[in-house]
Ligand binder design. Structure first.
Ligand SMILES: [Ca+2]
Ligand SMILES: [Ca+2]
Length: 522
């Protein structure tokens, strides 16, 4: 009995002990779980805080008229300062020398043949609607993604102040500013084609100071947004700032014009001799109105372009200063680039839509604190198509599987890295149906050569040796002594062209009725 009691007592004690132990065990599991959850939250926050921000700055129609690209006349102290903090890509190329196709390609990470955007005033949602754009990929991984100014296509200047042909899915904030250049000064602008300011050469030295101009307003808004981003330390940002200058009309404050005396501006000489060895499509971007250009007008045009570049550079400086002032510089990757290059009279051409070096080449600077060298110069050919996989790798953001570019991270760490070894740019030439309709020019750039085929060579070929002829003045394509080089480059070009298509081999077509009502012209 006693034993029993004892046993019962022991059993009760045992039960009590078990309950207590289970309680404490459960509590311990609970607290461990809680601890794990707390640690995970802390880790996620720490991870979010550790992930670098991205400041993506793009200028419109800017060629390599930048001091750090060894331009003899231009003043761009702020872009130069950025280059000293990161890697400057000496041979960076757009995939298509026109705003809409280039920007859609850069922001989808797909060649125009794969996203179907080969003209302006279109957006990839009309062709491949479920593809994730570069800023959208960042949004989906918890970044704040915002846009100020022009990132996708805009009609400049008509759409300034609107969303343009934007992709609302890419951003959770869009700011559209319109300054005096758009809302007040158009009646004063000199233009080759009366009443038109965007597609045609046009310029004006404005009496108003920086802060009244669209790009000045953009810079002020970028400062305002960065101040607010700096206060929210647990969420990284992807802030895209798209300046409008030096796109036509070249309107900027007069003091910028005064830095470039008209009489000192260069006028390209020897155009007729240079054009003699060119196939006709090579000059297909020429516009009839440009016949009105006298040498005096050519000097004024170059002066106004340079003034716009230096004005835009000053606005870049304001944004970079804000990063420094707000303590964001050490944890922010900064990209500076342009959507394509620009002719200022070379080969007798102005503006874009050629595949010569001046039109296909873009400035590209990436500053990635702690993840790349400072003041490096990478010389291997790269493309704007490479920005998407570069930024996702730097920020550990998931990317779509079908991206067509290469990550430039190895070149940020070692600017002498060879990379892919080439870049490709394509452009369209439109003929009447009787003359065979539309065809493409494809141009391959290797470290030494530029090789171009028009309509697979049926409409002409061009070969330039950059070691001997950096201005692409002598077309070697018809010279027998270069036959082997041409055969090899032609094979390489055709392989590269195949890579610009999706796996199916077919360019996606524009779906009907996929555009919003026209909201681009207020
Ligand atoms: Ca452009
Ligand atoms: Ca020539």
């Amino acid at each position: 009995m006693r034993m029993t009691v004892t046993r019962q007592t022991q059993s009760a004690k045992l039960k009590t002990t078990t309950i207590v132990q289970t309680f404490f065990f459960n509590m311990s599991v609970l607290s461990q779980s809680l601890l794990i959850v707390i640690l995970l939250i802390f880790h996620a926050q720490a991870f979010a805080a550790q992930r670098p921000n991205v400041l993506f700055i793009i200028s419109d129609d800017l060629n390599n008229s930048i001091a750090c690209y060894d331009h003899p006349k231009i003043e761009t102290p702020n872009i130069d300062r950025l280059a000293s903090r990161g890697v400057r890509f000496e041979r960076a190329y757009c995939q298509f020398p026109l705003c809409g196709p280039s920007r859609n390609s850069m922001l989808t990470g797909l060649h125009p043949n794969s996203n179907g955007i080969l003209r302006n005033a279109q957006i990839f949602r009309q062709t491949i609607p479920s593809h994730h754009s570069l800023p959208q990929a960042f949004r989906l991984q918890g970044y704040f993604a915002g846009r100020i100014g022009k990132l996708y296509h805009y009609n400049v200047p008509k759409s300034i102040g609107t969303n343009g042909h934007d992709d609302p899915g890419s951003w959770e904030m869009e700011l559209n500013l319109a300054g005096c250049d758009r809302v007040e000064e158009e009646p004063h602008i000199f233009t080759l084609t009366p009443g038109r300011f965007g597609g045609t050469l046009s310029w004006y030295a404005s009496p108003k100071s920086d802060r009244y101009h669209t790009d000045g307003l953009l810079a002020a808004d970028a400062e305002w947004v960065l101040e607010r981003c700096a206060r929210q330390k647990d969420r990284p940002f992807f802030l895209a700032v798209g300046f409008y200058r030096p796109h036509t009309p070249y309107v900027s404050p007069k003091p910028y014009f005064d830095r470039y005396p008209e009489k000192e501006m260069p006028v390209v000489q020897g155009v007729r001799e240079d054009q003699a060895d060119l196939p006709e499509p090579a000059l297909g971007s020429y516009k009839k109105e440009q016949d009105k250009l006298t040498d005096d007008l050519r000097r004024q045009c170059v002066q106004a372009y340079y003034a716009s570049v230096t004005f835009m550079d000053a606005q870049v400086g304001r944004v970079l200063d804000a990063l420094d002032r707000l303590g964001l510089a050490d944890n922010t990757i900064v990209v500076f680039t342009s959507d394509h290059g620009y002719h200022l009279g070379e080969h007798g051409l102005w503006q874009k839509m050629s595949v010569f070096e001046e039109s296909a080449r873009v400035p590209l600077i990436i500053s990635a604190p702690g993840k790349g060298v400072k003041g490096g110069v990478a010389k291997a050919p790269v493309g704007l198509i490479d920005l998407y996989p570069t930024l996702t790798e730097l920020c550990r953001v998931n990317k779509p599987k079908n991206l067509q570019g290469q990550s430039l991270v190895p070149m940020l760490k070692d600017p002498s890295a060879a990379g892919r070894g080439w870049a490709i740019t394509q452009v369209t030439r439109n003929r009447s149906a009787k003359q065979g309709g539309r065809f493409f020019g494809y141009s391959l750039r290797t470290p030494r050569w530029r090789y171009t085929e028009w309509a697979e060579g049926k409409q002409g070929k061009e070969l330039y040796d950059h070691d001997a002829d950096p201005k692409e003045l002598t077309n070697l394509a018809a010279k027998e002594s270069y036959a082997d080089t041409i055969a090899q480059l032609s094979q390489q070009l055709r392989r590269a062209v195949r890579e610009t298509f999706p796996e199916s081999g077919k360019t996606p077509e524009l779906r009907p009725a996929t555009w919003a009502p026209n909201l681009t012209n207020p």
